[in-house]
Design a binder for this molecule. Sequence first.
Ligand code: 5GP
Ligand code: ZN
Length: 127
Amino acid sequence: MWWGYLPTVSESGSTECLFCKIVSGDIPATVVHRTERVVAFRDIDPKAPTHILVIPTAHLADAAEVATHDPALLGELVAVAADLAAADGISGSGYRLVLNTGRDGGQTVFHAHVHLLGGRPMGWPPG
Ligand code: 5GP
Ligand code: ZN
């Protein structure tokens, strides 16, 4: 059988995907936001005082795939990140949203996620 037609999009989640397992609760995480479409949780290896990952509950590989599949969902991820920045008290000082995409972009988990980083000044250019 040829599996080429199988979509990467799965409303029920990918059984092999780490972040799908966090969405389903199979892997524990410090969840700070949960709706039907968006989940946010603290990064296990924080790179800043605030380091939260904001993800779609649907399994989509990266931000570009979110934009193609459901453009409004990309806006929701950013809006949730902004709300969580306010909740962590870093709206005024500022923060960085990062969407690593692909190997050279530094993506290691291929379920789309927005990094919300803040609580310290960020360097530029990034490494
Ligand atoms: P990427 O490198 O794909 O942009 O980001 C993946 C992020 O997921 C990394 O910052 C990494 O620390 C985080 N991460 C990896 N495994 C886990 C985990 O099991 N739980 C949580 N909360 N974060 C994780
Ligand atoms: Zn997934």
